[in-house]
Design a binder for this molecule. Structure first.
Ligand SMILES: Cc1cc2nc3c(=O)[nH]c(=O)nc-3n(C[C@H](O)[C@H](O)[C@H](O)COP(=O)(O)OP(=O)(O)OC[C@H]3O[C@@H](n4cnc5c(N)ncnc54)[C@H](O)[C@@H]3O)c2cc1C
Length: 801
């Protein structure tokens, strides 16, 4: 066995071999994989082998499409069979919400180039006559769906990797991983020690144990899962074509042909986590005992949907474990705080996602970044607040909701409230309807006494409508207050702080007492952050960005650390409020004498009442606004001070729903909607914040300058949309002159203007004020018109005045 290597991948399941193959494909051939037993010895060998593109996250769906298309290529490279059955598949809908979800997915697929379509009950009956179509509204047909041979596919990946120069060592068990002072790794195995520059944890069912060898906790948990294979059935054996896949969300089941019978698996509600205290090392090619009690209700439902099943004999039952992260998406990428340690874990659909995971990780390792936004599967989407006590209930919830409708406004209840600020009980007493962001409770809106304390999950306008409208009105007509606990905040100090910021940030670094807005770019010029930089002194800055991107941003800051600079994540050490609206200055003046001359984009320490604070004049809501930060221990006092002083000026609390409506009036973009690594500053208008004239070679400069010289084809624009009960959420196609030419990044209802608004990317050449377009919302073509004048404070006089 070789003892030095550039990369050592731990684990020979479908994910490990995919990472290995993609590394070779991108030019790294000095790579090896170690597997404690034979390849496929974790959850891979007993998978049902089904694959599909459907995923609520558009980038994940695109990567699933990539994975599926890869199998033919693997067969060609290796001459091995993946046992492919491209039989197509249907996802059924038996109620309005499920159908809405399929319509929304179909719409997204249009510009993704996926050839799916909606079919009605008659067509369902034609395609699969074994289905009882009673109560079905329709289905989404995807010709790419199918299944394969898990073992053949894993060996095909491994052979393709070996052709590319990789080494695969089986019966090599990793016992320890220790980091050398230079950041490289000693991987201690039963066959000796391997010295690797990089280590990849692809240990699947044992990912937790392998992570612990490096002192790391990865938030994933195995769940038991069961599928049944029937005896031969005439309804199947007499078919001329193979039976397509079926996902029946109402029955929490998936079904496909296996031999001349059927195979049906369930995501049952009475599900069970497996190996809560750790995966035993002696587990391997055995199955868990059959458990029909657990799936009794699911089977009964399946008998109604597919009556032939009731007469079918059971040929075999496959019951085994596989791992999930708290949100069901994989955990991929460089592990924050641990140099050269990469995660390829928590992949719950290895045959739909394994190829995409391998490609993205290999790009990250060999090129420093991925070609697209992988936030949905980035291991850094969970911070160091994550714990097994949080992971387990979330994983159970995710398993149970695997086939449920995912609504854009949905807030999942498990493991909550987890993290709260001192304002929690005060806001709760005022009728807060809570959401969660990065483990933290945030107010979505305030319900009035006669209103329910729960927002109805929906693709259409929800019951938060009236409250949101009230809160928006308060901000626009008087003054609103909300908490800014959910801003990511960083303290940058040291003699080289300014120089460092000039290199890390593309924008202007402000003078003392001033604030600036700045994009942060990757080397390829993609947006990896939109920051507010506040200069307290030349050696002391405060940065503000998205709360959910903390671990992602800290990982970047650490990667580009510099002597003479200290960056501290103070997101939870600082909290506070923003007050916004025409009366905001009056409220501030009532609690301090220090604020009268505070100009737009000024920042200054002040005492409000008896609370020392940092106040800066910026607003995400448009118009006049202040952001006020203080220590959490002083937050309640600050609240009482502002609240009491504010009553004379009409101060009302507002939540995230109102904030997202208010920002639409100004066409302000939001992180991971308009601003994400999928886009560049020139596409999104963020280039206006780039400091082209600054004397600093900031990261991404060359790429941004190239974009400036030859502007990219697409451009972010705003639209007014004619729609009666549903607004844009994101990724709806934009039709121009009868063809899909763009897609929405986000949208919603402007309660201030009384209009439905969409933001989206369209071809630069077509964009002109008043241009007619159509936006497809839930299957309906809605007339839209491009608008360029903001709906509030169009000349920014209030904001700057
Ligand atoms: C019943 C069932 C049905 C399923 N059906 C489907 C389906 O239809 N479609 C689909 O896409 N997915 C399906 N899955 C999920 C799928 O099996 C997983 O997504 C996939 O197998 C994950 O692969 P992996 O490589 O991440 O992990 P694993 O397959 O668990 O591989 C990890 C490997 O790491 C090795 N390893 C661990 N520790 C060490 C160590 N210390 N040293 C060396 N080697 C080590 C293990 O031996 C193992 O081979 C199903 C799962 C189950 C249980």
């Amino acid at each position: 066995m070789k003892t030095t290597t550039r990369v050592c991948v731990i684990g020979g399941g479908v994910v490990g071999v995919s990472v290995l193959y993609h590394l070779t494909r991108l030019g790294w051939s000095d790579v090896m994989l170690v597997e404690r037993s034979e390849l496929t010895s974790g959850s891979t060998w007993h998978a049902a082998g089904g694959f599909h593109t459907l995923n609520g996250d558009t980038n994940m769906a695109a990567l699933q499409g990539y994975t599926i298309r890869l199998y033919k290529e693997l067969e060609e490279i290796t001459g091995l069979s993946c046992g492919l059955h491209h039989v197509g598949g249907l996802t059924l809908a038996d109620n309005r919400d499920r159908f809405d979800m399929l319509l929304a997915e179909r719409a997204k697929h249009r510009y993704m180039g996926l050839d799916t379509h909606i079919v009605g009950p008659e067509e369902i009956a034609q395609i699969m006559p074994i289905t009882n179509t009673d109560g079905l509204l329709g289905a989404l047909y995807d010709p790419l769906d199918g299944h394969l041979d898990p073992s053949g596919t894993t060996h095909a990946y491994a052979k393709a990797a070996k052709i590319g120069g990789a080494t695969v060592e089986t019966h090599v068990m990793v016992k320890e991983t220790t980091q050398r002072p230079d950041g490289t790794w000693n991987i201690v195995t039963n066959k000796g020690t391997v010295h690797a520059e990089h280590v990849v944890n692809a240990a699947g069912l044992w990912a937790r144990e392998v992570a612990a060898m490096a002192g790391l906790y990865l938030p994933l948990h195995p769940m038991e899962h069961q599928y049944i294979v029937t005896d031969e059935m005439p309804e199947i054996s007499e078919r001329e074509t193979e039976h397509p896949h079926v996902m029946d969300p109402a029955g929490e089941s998936y079904l496909r042909q296996e031999g001349r019978g059927l195979c049906i698996g369930f995501y049952e509600q009475p599900c069970r986590p497996w190996a809560v205290d750790g995966t035993p090392w002696d587990f391997g090619h055995e199955l868990l005992p059959d458990d029909f009690d657990k799936i009794e209700e699911s089977i009964e439902f399946a008998y109604k949907r597919f009556p032939v099943l009731e007469r079918a004999g059971v040929k075999s039952v496959i019951h085994g474990p596989f791992t999930f992260a708290p949100d069901g998406n994989p955990l991929v990428g460089p592990v924050p705080g641990l140099r050269n340690y990469w995660s390829a874990c928590g992949v719950m659909a290895g045959f739909s996602q394994g190829g995409g995971v391998g490609l993205m990780l290999a790009q990250w390792m060999t090129r420093g970044e991925c070609e697209r936004d992988v936030s949905a599967m980035d291991v850094a989407r969970f911070g160091d607040w994550i714990s097994p006590g949080y992971t387990l209930p979330k994983v159970i919830e995710n398993y149970q909701k695997r086939f449920s409708v995912s609504y854009p406004n949905e807030e999942l209840p498990a493991a909550r409230p987890n993290r709260t600020t001192p304002m929690y009980d005060i806001f709760d007493g005022m009728g807060a309807v809570w959401g969660a962001q990065y483990g933290l409770e945030v107010v979505n809106y305030f319900a009035q006494q006669d209103e329910p304390r729960h927002e109805t999950p929906s693709f259409r306008r929800s019951n938060a409508w009236n409250s949101t409208a009230r809160e928006v009105k308060a901000v626009r007509q008087a003054v609103g207050i909300n908490e800014i606990q959910n801003f990511g905040k960083y303290e940058v100090t040291g003699p080289n702080a300014r120089d460092w910021l000039d290199r890390i940030m593309a924008g202007r670094v402000p003078k003392p007492g001033r604030v600036s807005l700045s994009p942060m770019l990757s080397h390829q010029g993609r947006l990896i952050g939109d920051f507010t930089i506040s200069c307290l002194s030349d050696s002391h800055f405060q940065l503000t960005a998205s709360y959910g991107a903390q671990a992602y941003h800290m990982r970047w800051f650490e990667q580009y650390g510099q002597d003479g600079v200290t960056v501290r994540n103070v997101s939870d050490q600082l909290t506070g409020f923003q007050i916004a609206g025409p009366n905001a200055r009056r409220v501030l003046d009532a609690v301090t004498r220090d604020a009268t001359d505070l100009k737009f984009m000024d920042v200054r320490p002040m005492t409000l009442g008896m609370t020392p604070c940092l106040v800066q004049r910026v607003s995400f809501t448009g118009g006049l606004g202040y952001e006020i930060t203080c220590e959490p221990v002083a937050q309640r006092q600050l609240w009482h001070t502002l609240w009491e002083a504010g009553q004379a000026h009409g101060l009302r609390p507002f939540g995230m729903r109102a904030m997202m409506s208010l920002r639409l009036d100004k066409f302000f973009g939001a992180w991971l909607s308009e601003f994400s690594p999928d886009y560049t500053p020139a596409e999104t208008g963020m280039d206006r914040f780039i400091a082209w004239s600054k004397n600093a070679d900031f990261i991404g400069r060359a790429a941004a300058e190239a974009d400036r010289a030859a502007p990219p084809e697409r451009r972010l624009c705003a639209f007014e949309v004619v729609t009666h009960d549903a607004d844009v959420h994101g990724y709806e196609p934009i039709w121009i002159d009868g063809a899909v030419r763009g897609f929405c990044t986000s949208g919603g209802y402007s309660h201030h203007a009384g209009k439905s608004i969409a933001l989206g990317l369209i071809p630069r050449a077509t964009a002109r004020d008043g241009m007619p377009a159509q936006i497809e919302i839930l299957g309906e073509m809605c007339d839209a018109r491009l608008i360029t004048t903001p709906l509030y404070d169009a000349d920014a006089a209030l904001m700057r005045g």
